[in-house]
Design a protein around this ligand. Structure first.
Ligand code: GCO
Ligand code: MG
Length: 401
């Protein structure tokens, strides 16, 4: 079997997505997500100009060799654009391999290790009563794990609080400007979780995303203040380049830490995992080199009792979610899967077989990944320039978003 074509499809059913569709001479096709929020065209160009020409004529069965060729052969290794492009190729090749074998991809990854993939939803609110109502809504849908984000008095446009049913941080054109004040945030968040815990009891899994905004000692203080509320994880407490900073956080708090949605290779997280500085690794299929590389990350994590907690925001397409669920179902050290349902228009562009029931997602049982892209429908939604916000302190200092 040979690869005869690879199409890079950019579409914007409410938000931008980039998809790679690989076509073989047998007629079998495979799809891979190549979406990098705010940098979509960089990945599309990388694929079109530097990857697709090298794919034509290759044997699609040679997944590992193709991965090594695209990673080591590029000379310029790592980085979100390169690794997202490699991820798209890798994911599409696993899709094809499943179709050739007549098996859902999780069967090729060792088979089912659990009955379903427990997911967490995104509760938020502009007041504590609104937060409680939002959490109650997710519980009524069957969720057993909920991320909680809240407006902080004095910070009008805080991360993670969605006005509508779908949270989309990217805005049209160039980056919008968000504001931030760490003292106000640190003073407010414990009261939010105290209210949630006292309302919903001790067993609901609660999570919180700090989104890279604290220093290590500030993160240590927040983790300590949240200990009475037994979070499943405090996410992205600090910018993750400062990996030594996690040692300081660990010295002060037992609140579990989750990091990694911005990581794109095993080398970004090997120290954090081997020194047990984190409890969950959030790397995802689309940004961490695909199924092949993400499985390596999860296998390293398993040696150190670190569990998976993959990113699953709506700026990752249903193709990424489909691939993630096959890995989530098979690996021994699954933790939680983020799940923000896409809009109906996105679901129409990406028909897929995964289903939500009672707080769990279940991947499709059909051969491959169980997802595709409707290219004629995708063509009806042309690309729209959009960017993630930047973040500034009240005095104008550029801060981490
Ligand atoms: C999350 C993430 C997202 C990101 C977004 C960037 O935990 O889901 O932090 O909210 O900000 O995916 O494009
Ligand atoms: Mg996050």
């Amino acid at each position: 079997m040979k690869i005869v074509e690879a199409r890079v499809i950019v579409t914007c059913p409410g938000r931008n997505f980039v998809t790679l569709k690989i076509v073989t001479d047998s007629g079998l096709t495979g799809v891979g997500d190549a979406t990098l929020n705010g940098r979509e065209l960089a990945v599309a160009a990388y694929l079109t100009e530097h990857v697709v020409p090298a794919l034509i004529g290759r044997d699609p069965a040679r997944i590992e060799d193709t991965w090594q060729y695209l990673y080591r052969g590029a000379y310029w290794r790592r980085g979100p654009v390169t690794m997202t492009a490699i991820a798209a190729v890798d994911t599409a090749l696993w899709d094809i391999k499943g179709k050739v074998a007549g098996l859902p991809v999780y069967q090729l990854l060792g088979g089912r290790s659990r009955s379903g993939v427990r997911v967490y939803g995104h509760a938020s609110g502009s007041s504590i009563p609104d937060v409680l109502a939002s959490v109650a809504g997710f519980i009524s849908l069957g969720y057993q794990a909920v991320r909680v984000q809240a407006v902080v008095p004095g910070i009008p446009d805080i991360y993670g609080v969605s006005a509508g049913p779908v949270y989309e941080p990217a805005t049209a054109g160039v980056a919008s400007v968000a504001s931030w004040a760490t003292p106000d945030y640190l003073a407010h968040i414990p009261a939010v979780f105290e209210a949630v815990r006292s309302e919903f009891g001790p067993t609901l899994q609660l999570l919180h995303d700090v989104h890279h905004r604290l220093t290590p000692i500030e993160a240590a203080r927040l983790g300590k203040s949240l200990e009475p509320f037994a979070l499943t994880w405090m996410e992205d407490p600090v910018p993750a380049e400062l990996q030594d900073g996690f040692r300081l956080i660990r010295q002060h708090t037992t609140t579990p830490l989750a990091v990694g949605e911005v990581f794109n290779t095993i080398w970004d997280c090997s120290q954090l995992i081997q020194e047990r500085l984190i409890d969950y690794i959030r790397a995802t299929v689309v940004h961490a080199g695909g199924i092949t590389h993400l499985r390596r990350i999860f296998d390293l994590a398993a040696l150190y009792q670190v569990r998976s907690g993959s990113h699953g925001a709506t700026d990752l397409s249903p193709i990424c979610m489909s691939a993630a669920l096959h890995l989530d179902l098979a690996i021994p050290n699954f933790g939680l899967q983020e799940y923000m349902p896409h809009t109906p228009e996105t679901d129409a562009v990406f028909p897929h077989g995964y289903r939500f029931a009672d707080g769990y997602l279940h991947p499709a049982e059909e051969p491959g990944l169980g997802v595709d892209i409707d290219e004629s429908l995708a063509a009806a939604y042309p690309y729209r320039p959009a960017a993630l916000p930047v973040n500034r302190l009240t005095d104008g200092t550029l801060h981490d978003w």
